[in-house]
Design a binder for this molecule. Sequence first.
Ligand code: SF4
Ligand code: SF4
Ligand code: SF4
Length: 329
Amino acid sequence: MDTDKSKEQRAEQRAEELKAGGFIPQRQRGKITVRCKAPGGRMTSERLAKIAEVAQEYGQGLVHLSVRMSPEILYVELSDLDDVVRELEEVGQEIASCGKRFRVSTACGGCEYNPNGWTDTQRLAVQATDRFFGQETPHKFKTTFSGCVIDCPRARETDLGFQGMVSPRLEDEKCTNCGICVRVCRDEALTMDAKELPVRDADRCTSCGDCIKSCPLDAMVPGRTGHAVYVGGKHGKHPHVAYPVAQLVPDDTVMDVIEATMDWYRQHGNTGERIGNTFDRVGIDGFRRALRDVVGDGLLTAEDLQKHGWRSVFYRGLADTFPQYGALD
Ligand code: SF4
Ligand code: SF4
Ligand code: SF4
């Protein structure tokens, strides 16, 4: 028969095992926070209801939404760990993770329902989490998916961030030369040509897609869509901005980008070193070379980063401090 002591001992052992999981000791002795998995910040109402029920029964009826979109059940007794996990499992609710590994991917609404989105961020966040969640890396490894250049989920501050982009294309025969798209483009990437048709300066374009959304006749349409890839970002005590390394990467290449980045990081990163700091130590061109095998001509060059389209989406003054991207053999 279980004594209180043996139950407590088992719980402590379980907590050690699951530190790799999403169990965070609280400052209150014997209490833990249970972090639930929610790729892209989305979950069914059934799972949400179960989390609320568990918080009521085993916690203090409190759930905190973490900065990275995970619902956290607060004030759970360490000794109730197994019961909490079992109850959550009844509706397929899994536990998230902490520590040196691939974390649950975050994402905005993306093109599924957000009017600004160009990429299916939600689907990709689930796909990435299903495939890589929990895999070990030299330090924590966070990924995020933004649907557009507004970048609400902050791809530019993440270990590996994907940000939706679009190349607009004009269907001349539908255009009535109204000039709305030219006025809407805040980057002055569109001008009217001699035939009164809008012409795009690709070097100035930030791939935001505002011209497409503003055209009343659907004459400006999406050409290519894909992802800008940022790598090496983090916040925290010593923040580090991410470097843009590729553009217009198609959906079906995204998982390969993640895999190649994690492989490179495992080979070159020191234990306890975030990937941005690894770049600071060993340079970024070795990684760019590995990434080129995956993204081909989507790889960004030093010249690309000098163009208005890129410089205007960096944090103020930052473009001048980026490492020089070398020519790759
Ligand atoms: S990043 Fe773009 S698509 Fe995503 S929530 Fe923000 S505005 Fe919408
Ligand atoms: S996508 Fe944005 S930056 Fe590019 S031409 Fe259209 S409005 Fe201008
Ligand atoms: S808004 Fe549409 S119709 Fe008007 S100039 Fe631009 S592409 Fe042509």
